[in-house]
Design a binder for this molecule. Structure first.
Ligand SMILES: Nc1ncnc2c1ncn2[C@@H]1O[C@H](COP(=O)(O)OP(=O)(O)OP(=O)(O)O)[C@@H](O)[C@H]1O
Ligand SMILES: [Mg+2]
Length: 250
């Protein structure tokens, strides 16, 4: 039996009287995109924040590889291989695209700003950054300031910075948000490539993208998982249609 890379086991979280997550379990395997869908307020972001460590679960546990990480701080979980992308703070707008990726690599290597000058002349580091930018088709834009990137390009930069962490798992909360139809298509292609690097837990409201990308999907409603299965299984699941997707043909 193959072991999951990330195992979320019976997680529960309340905010006062609001049950954000109740007894949520998901296993994420190598080479998998696991889609997490559900209506607004279903508890999707709360789940990702518990995995990354920003929010402490009330009960349940989270296991990454062989290690339980439920009580580790955010930075430790990141160091152990969790890449949570699309956090607003990750890009520094006043430096170039290339410099942003170099900083992400340095962060991963545990180096600090004081090494910035010599390291900026370090060809090995620069070559590695080129490689991460190439993977998201952003190499041609590497010398411009990050502040000059379009919305879609910023998302690409965030992915290349996540790649620079060489993570074991990607946690992505609505990567298509605000991208428009064309931008979503480009991002869909990027994410399809990304999953060969590390499995992805993908929250997304864009159903076309989720159905195109996900190997399996879990449906969260009022904090509880009501179904987990392949795209076909979820599309034809009567409970899912009634509770979330509506009665229209999907
Ligand atoms: N820090 C918090 N304090 C209090 N309540 C919160 C907090 N974070 C989330 N909630 C509540 O928990 C529930 C789940 O919220 P969450 O943001 O996880 O939903 P979501 O599925 O990500 O929704 P959306 O699709 O709109 O992003 C909601 O009722 C929300 O109001
Ligand atoms: Mg959310």
């Amino acid at each position: 039996m193959v072991s999951p890379i990330l195992s979320i086991q019976n997680l529960s979280k309340k905010f006062g009287a609001v049950i954000a997550n109740e007894d949520v379990s998901i296993d994420l395997y190598q080479d998998e995109i696991h889609g997490l869908i559900g209506p607004n307020g279903a508890g999707k972001s709360t789940l990702i924040k518990q995995i990354s460590g920003e929010i402490k679960q009330d009960s349940g546990k989270i296991v990454l590889g062989e290690n339980e990480i439920s009580n580790q701080p955010v930075f430790q979980r990141a160091k152990m291989g969790l890449a949570r992308s699309f956090q607003v703070s990750s890009i520094i707008p006043s430096i170039t695209v290339l410099e942003n990726v170099i900083l992400a690599i340095q962060g991963n290597l545990g180096q600090t700003f004081k090494f910035w000058k010599p390291v900026s002349k370090n060809q090995e580091l620069i070559n590695a950054a080129h490689g991460y930018l190439d993977q998201v088709d952003l190499k041609l834009r590497m010398f411009i300031l990050a502040s000059e990137l379009s919305h879609g390009e910023r998302r690409k930069l965030e992915i290349s910075m996540a790649l620079a962490l060489e993570p074991k798992v990607f946690l992505l909360d609505e990567p298509m948000a605000g991208l428009g139809a064309a931008g979503s298509k480009v991002m869909t292609k990027q994410l399809a490539k990304l999953k060969s690097r590390a499995p992805i837990l993908l929250i997304e409201h864009d159903m076309d993208a989720i159905f195109a990308l996900a190997d399996r999907i879990s449906v969260l409603v009022y904090g509880r998982i009501i179904a987990t299965g392949t795209v076909d299984e979820i599309r034809s699941n009567a409970n899912v249609k009634e509770a979330y997707l509506g009665s229209e043909d999907l």
